[in-house]
Structure formats: structure tokens, C-alpha cells
Design a protein around this ligand. Structure first.
Ligand code: ADP
Ligand code: MG
Length: 732
């Protein structure tokens, strides 16, 4: 049995049986018990393309499938006759094939001459087709075709309708047909069956006691049944804007799960003990402040105080420090590290990329080694004797500050006394890494008592503070809402690709003034055939070619090349030469997106800017405008520009405020984009929208403590259902 048969056996929903009678007959031949037996472990046989695609999208459990909601719906509940249908309308017709031919009309195409039951004719044309379809749609076959009816040159026709074999008396679906977010290699029909099966098998029993859910909302089971198969005549607008009570129920469920797990985590954390780290006057912290060439901004001073107050408490800090790119989070982190070190404890700082970790390392060495602090550096690329020495220094407590990538949380790293852990760009770390960090850092002891280190997380992806406070029930939030003085705002220019030469001339001018330039090469759009590896190869080809071109054109100017495929040591070397000014131009992929800090860089060129998301463009632009020199960001775009693409570039030209960018980004993101966002770890919530669903969030926040107090069992079941193993991630 091939695995698609397996999937059919397990996922046939009553709705689809009429349309797929062959499957029914197939099932009939099997003993009933075989149908309920669990599928063999996936390792037992290779998965089919669609099954693998499902797995890749995380859709391998009934609940995950049941929560995979449609993007939109198609109405296949009504058949019309050809005579009734008006040209230009999208209709569903019941047709019999009279003649089937592959013809050469300009392009090779499959032409089916068909007629409905009263004999009115319609031509169906297919420009893409498989031999199997030619065979299946033979003369005499009855089909249901859905598409736009047109008055063509040869009579009425449909070009590329959706077609499936169906006898005239086969029942019609009784609900609208869902269209799901699907990746390449995942046909809708397959996904529909999988989701319908998941919906039938998922445990959707009510777990919440009466009075928990806001009045007027349906049960979870009703809500999901409805959203997957709304009855004909449902007001589409309420489904599309997610205001329908069925949507509200889902959002409430999700928000409640978040609130429960976070409030629970907070309660658990509050009984833990952490080292009390108090500021010591005249020690490291004051030394660093005195040595800085500039004073802190008011916002930096305020958040540094908030952090210091947390560190002085005997329970572990769990604080998010957010601030726009360039707001100056690093020095705030360094001050916190000083407090910990002054109190005789070690501090670890972890960053998501080697480039970023290396920059932090250099900056912290520059700031702290004059004050007598030994800073250790751990990365994946540092191995052997050097690594062993670093590990020894960490274990013996000689290295008081440890900077690195996730190498910091590897098994063989043992701290002598870790008091504070700082995670930069925390949302970039995967769930597993955040969890590992949490487990790793646990279990310091003081006089036999377990102590938990304090945790400071940093992020440049801001969400409005009040919202953040409500949402992150288990997190204190500090926000740097002010940029250091003397920054000239970045001017953003949007240019068509045809003006590339002007941009190159501009590079010469900047370099002549002693300034430096980034040139960021585009993301390569993945075609259906390409996987991530193919895509990164294409990106590599692209960046290498642009580098060669620019190096040839900009004769006498040092042009460097930086991309993800370089060995870590080579990356570091290129970065160092750029930071040191030896290279004036750096051609790079998005590896420079996060945190790279070269204040002398004043021009940022982003090629194919239309391919980047708004948040990413903002991050990239934040690499310039970091010093006093006036900076320019040039967004080069190539036609055709989609409406969303246009809106993104306009937003970039109109504002440099990260909060505003975040707001517009949410606005521009369609529901279809959540998959991508979820994969990159950026999405906070899947169904609810923090800005729009504030009332539901408030209701969930209120319901959570009551539930935890009076119905802990129900609370636990709800969290398990919604977050599964992911629940821990929220506490990390
Ligand atoms: P981010 O918040 O994006 O991590 P950084 O910490 O990298 O920002 O700071 C950006 C730049 O601003 C750095 O070059 C840093 O040294 C500088 N900087 C930080 N605080 C101040 C300040 N108060 N005055 C002037 N420059 C500052
Ligand atoms: Mg930073």
C-alpha cells in the first residue's frame, strides 16, 4: 500500500466520500479494525511528496491539522446549467466529455469538448496537463468543472477550470469548500482530506468549565467544524476579517493558553531563589560609565535602573529589554553584566549569529578589559586547545564574562557561578535553544540551596509597551524609546533598478568622503522545485556576481564579500577588515541583518528590496545611521511591484520608527504569511491579533487566575491541548 492510500484510509471525511467513491470501495475491502490501527512509524517507509510536505509544515497530528484554517472558501454547493450561467461568472457545471484532444493552438493544450445534461456545449482548455489526466477525462466521462465561464472564439469555454470526476447523481458538498495555506508539492485535495481527517480524529471535547469563555461564543468543536466547512450563505466578510464568533472562540482559546502558561510560569519562578546582585558604588559599573566617550540617554538610564532593581531581588529576573535598532541596548547589557561581576558572579551573553557574537565580544573587551575583566569567547568554530583553555577559565571563574553563540550552552560548558544570562535578539533563537539555555543555567547552588540565574532578553522587534505588558504575563518589559543624540535621521530613497549606475556613482562619492557602504543582495525567491539548499546556492551565485561586478567597477576601492557559506573564521576576517576601514564597501547577504555595528557606514543599498519583508528591511537599514554622519538607505526595486511590495517600500520611505514599522507590518501581512513568520520564530500568536483583540486578551488574562485556582486540572488540559511540548518554550 502506498502512503497516500494510508492517508486516505485514515483521513476520509464523510464530506468527501461522494466525490471520491473509489476510496470508499477500496476501504470497504478492508477489515474494519485495520482502519483504526495507528499508522506505522514514519521511518518504516519513505513518505510520499505530499506527506512529507505535511510533515514539514508541522501538520502531522490531528490537532495541528484541525487548527490549519482555510485562507478562503469556494462555493461548490450549487450546480448551474450552461444556459443559466452568464459569461464572466465563476460557476460549477456538471459536464460530460464528448471529445478529448491534445491540440496545437499556438501552444500545446488539452481541449475537452463537453456538454451538460441538456446538451449545451462548453469547451474546457488546459495548458498544463498530465498524461494521466488525458486518460482519466476520456470521452463519456462525467466531470464537475468549476471556473470562470467565458464567451470564446469557438463558443463558451473555461480555461483551466478545477475539474474532478463525478456522476450527475453524486451528492454535492453541503458546505463551502475550504482553500488552505499550502506549500509547493501539497495539492489542495490532499490537504483537504488530511485536514478533514484531523478534524474528525482530534480530541475537541470541552475542557473549560462553564463561565470561562465569553458569552455568545460556540464550543471549540463547533467553531472548528464551522470554520472548515461553513454552510452556504455564511457572510464571508466575518470570516475574512476574523470577527465571526467561531474565530473569536479560537482566538480566546489561544490567548487563554498563553496567559495560563505564562501566569503559571511566573508563579513557579517566584518561589525560586536567585543571587542578590546589588550595585556597588565605585566598582566596575561606575568604571565603565566613566570610561564611555558619551553619557547614557535618559531612556538608557531608566532601563538600567529597572534592571538593577530586579537584580537586587532574591527571585530570578525575567525581563525583556526592547528598543529600536541602534537604540543602544548593548551598553545597558554591559552595565547589567558589571553589576553581576561586581557582586562576584559570572555573566553569559549569547547572540544568535557568530558575526553578532564576535561584535559583542570585541565591544565588551574594549570596554571591560581596561577594567581588568577577562572576557571569554565561545563559538562553534573555536575548537581544540583554545576552546579547552576557555572552558577551564569559565569553570574556574577566571573568565567572568562569557560571550558567544549557542556554543555557550553546550554540555561541556560549566560555569563556576553564573549569576546573569543575557540573550540578544532572543526571538532569533529556536525553541530548542531557548529551552536548552533555561535548563543549562539552572542549578547553581549557594550553601546547598539551588539558585537560578537572572535572565535578560533583548529584542529590536518592538511591540507597544502596554500590549507587551499584558501579553507577556511572565515577563517584565523595559523599553528604550529614545535614540542616542546626534544621530542624523536616515534618509530612505526608493529607486528603480534602471538607476543602478547613479547608485554606484554615489558609492564613489561616499567612499571619497571616507565613509563606508553596505550593498545587500536579494533574497532569492524559492521556486517550487527548489528547497532551502537550492535557494541558498542561488543566493550565493547572486552575491558573488554582484561582488565581482562592483569590484570591477569600483576600481581602487576595497570591496569585501560576506555570505553565510563562508567559514566562520573567514566571515570574522572580512568583518574585521570592514570594521577597521580597510574595506570601504561590503557586499553581503542578509547575514549582516542582525546587530552589525560599524558607525562609519553611511550608505546602505538593498537590491531587489521588494523581496524583503518590512521588518527585515528595517533591520537592514538600521546598520547605517549609527554615528553622527548623515546616512542614506537606497532601496532598489525591480518591476513588477505587487501592491504589498509597493506599500512596504512606501512605509520604509515614510518612517524610521520601529514601532510604526511593526504596526504597518502587521497590517500588511496577510493571513497566508503566518506560516513563514512562524518558522522564523517571529510570530507571537497564530490566531489572535494583539492590537485588534485587546478585549479578548483582557478576558483571557482575567479568566486565567480563576482557572488556575479553582480548576487546575482543566487549566493543565487546556494548556496541553494548545501548546503541547511548546508550553515550556513560553517559560524559557
Ligand atoms: P542596538 O540597540 O541596536 O543593539 P547598539 O547597542 O549596537 O544598538 O548601539 C548602537 C550604537 O550607538 C553603538 O555604536 C553604540 O556604541 C552607540 N551608543 C549607544 N549608546 C549611546 C549613547 N548614549 N550616546 C551615543 N552613542 C551611543
Ligand atoms: Mg544590538
Amino acid at each position: 500500500m502506498c502512503s497516500s492510500d494510508l492517508v486516505r484510509r485514515h483521513f476520509v471525511h464523510p464530506l468527501w466520500r461522494g466525490a471520491d467513491s473509489r476510496v470508499r470501495r477500496h476501504n470497504h475491502a478492508m477489515p474494519e479494525s485495520a482502519v483504526d490501527r495507528p499508522a506505522p512509524a514514519p521511518a518504516a517507509k519513505p513518505l510520499s511528496g505530499p506527506a512529507r510536505a505535511l510533515q514539514r509544515m508541522g501538520l502531522d497530528q490531528p490537532m495541528a491539522l484541525a487548527l490549519h484554517l482555510p485562507l478562503r472558501y469556494e462555493d461548490e454547493t450549487r450546480l448551474v446549467t450552461v444556459a443559466e450561467a452568464r459569461p464572466g461568472q465563476t460557476v460549477l457545471l456538471q459536464l460530460q466529455v464528448r471529445r478529448s484532444q491534445v491540440e496545437q493552438r499556438g501552444r500545446r493544450q488539452l481541449v475537452l469538448r463537453t456538454a451538460d445534461e441538456s446538451g449545451d456545449e462548453v469547451v474546457l482548455r488546459f495548458l498544463h496537463f498530465y498524461p494521466s489526466q488525458v486518460k482519466a477525462w476520456a470521452e463519456g466521462t462525467w466531470l464537475r468543472a468549476r471556473g470562470e465561464l467565458r464567451q470564446g472564439f469557438f463558443g463558451r469555454e473555461m480555461v483551466h477550470p478545477q475539474v474532478r470526476a463525478a456522476e450527475p447523481d453524486d451528492p454535492l458538498p453541503t458546505a463551502l469548500t475550504p482553500v488552505y495555506p499550502a506549500g509547493a508539492q501539497l495539492p489542495q485535495a490532499y490537504l483537504r482530506k488530511a485536514v478533514a481527517g484531523g478534524l474528525a480524529r482530534a480530541d475537541l471535547a470541552e475542557v473549560l468549565p462553564p463561565g470561562t469563555v465569553p458569552r455568545g461564543l460556540p464550543s471549540l468543536r463547533e467553531a472548528l467544524q464551522f470554520l472548515h466547512h461553513p454552510p452556504p450563505g455564511t457572510a464571508m466578510a466575518t470570516l475574512e476579517d476574523h470577527s465571526h464568533p467561531a474565530w473569536q472562540r479560537l482566538k480566546f482559546e489561544e490567548l487563554l493558553a498563553q496567559q495560563l502558561s505564562q501566569q503559571q510560569a511566573r508563579a513557579e519562578r517566584e518561589v525560586l531563589r536567585a543571587p542578590v546582585l546589588t550595585v556597588r558604588e565605585g566598582a566596575l559599573r561606575d568604571g565603565l560609565l566613566a570610561a564611555l566617550p558619551w553619557g547614557l540617554t535618559g531612556a538608557q538610564r531608566r532601563v538600567a535602573e529597572e534592571i538593577a532593581a530586579d537584580l537586587a531581588r532574591p527571585s530570578p529576573m525575567h525581563r525583556l529589554l526592547q528598543g529600536d535598532v541602534g537604540a543602544g541596548k548593548t551598553v545597558v547589557a554591559a552595565l547589567a553584566a558589571c553589576v553581576a561581576m561586581d557582586a562576584g558572579w559570572q555573566c553569559a551573553l549569547m547572540a544568535p549569529t557568530e558575526i553578532l557574537a564576535e561584535q559583542h565580544f570585541q565591544k565588551l573587551v574594549q570596554w571591560l578589559s581596561p577594567l581588568g575583566i577577562q572576557v571569554a569567547w565561545l563559538s562553534g568554530s573555536r575548537k581544540g586547545k583554545v576552546r579547552r583553555e576557555q572552558l577551564a577559565a569559565i569553570a574556574e571563574g577566571r573568565a567572568r564574562l562569557v560571550v558567544g553563540t549557542h556554543a555557550v550552552i553546550q554540555d561541556d560548558v560549566h560555569f563556576q557561578r553564573l549569576g546573569l544570562a543575557i540573550v540578544d535578539e532572543q526571538h532569533r533563537f529556536g525553541v530548542a535553544q531557548r529551552l536548552a539555555l533555561r535548563h543549562k543555567l539552572r542549578g547553581q547552588t549557594e550553601a546547598g540551596e539551588p539558585l537560578e540565574p537572572h535572565l535578560l532578553m533583548m529584542s529590536a522587534t518592538p511591540i507597544p509597551r502596554t500590549l507587551a505588558m499584558t501579553y507577556y504575563a511572565d515577563l517584565e518589559v523595559s523599553t528604550i524609546d529614545e535614540l542616542p543624540p546626534g544621530r542624523s535621521p536616515i534618509v530612505t530613497r526608493v529607486f528603480a533598478e534602471s538607476r543602478r549606475d547613479e547608485v554606484v556613482a554615489r558609492i564613489r562619492d561616499e567612499v571619497a568622503k571616507g565613509r563606508q557602504v553596505y550593498w545587500v543582495c536579494p533574497l532569492v525567491e524559492a521556486s517550487e522545485a527548489e528547497d532551502m539548499a537550492g535557494r541558498s546556492m542561488a543566493e550565493l551565485a547572486n552575491v558573488t556576481e554582484t561582488h565581482a561586478q562592483l569590484a570591477a567597477t569600483l576600481e581602487g576601492i576595497g570591496v569585501g564579500l560576506l555570505h553565510g557559506r563562508l567559514a566562520p573564521a573567514d566571515k570574522a576576517a572580512v568583518m574585521a577588515r570592514f570594521a577597521g576601514g580597510e574595506l570601504a564597501v561590503l557586499v553581503a547577504t542578509t547575514v549582516i541583518e542582525v546587530g552589525v555595528d560599524v558607525p562609519n557606514a553611511s550608505l546602505m543599498v538593498i537590491e531587489h528590496a521588494e523581496r524583503f519583508g518590512l521588518a527585515q528591511l528595517h533591520q537592514l537599514r538600521g546598520r547605517v545611521g549609527r554615528g553622527a554622519v548623515e546616512s542614506v538607505c537606497v532601496l532598489l526595486f525591480t518591476q513588477p511591484l505587487s501592491e504589498t511590495g509597493k506599500s512596504r517600500l512606501r512605509a520604509m520611505a515614510e518612517t524610521t520608527d520601529g514601532f510604526e514599522i511593526a504596526r504597518r507590518d502587521l497590517e500588511l501581512r496577510g493571513p497566508g504569511e503566518f506560516m513563514g513568520a512562524r518558522q522564523s520564530g517571529d510570530a507571537l500568536l497564530r490566531f489572535a491579533d494583539l492590537a485588534e483583540d485587546a478585549p479578548l486578551l483582557a478576558a483571557a488574562r482575567q479568566a486565567a487566575p480563576r482557572l488556575l485556582g479553582a480548576h487546575p486540572e482543566a487549566a493543565a488540559r487546556h494548556v496541553r491541548r494548545w501548546l503541547g511540548a511548546g508550553a515550556e518554550f513560553l517559560k524559557a
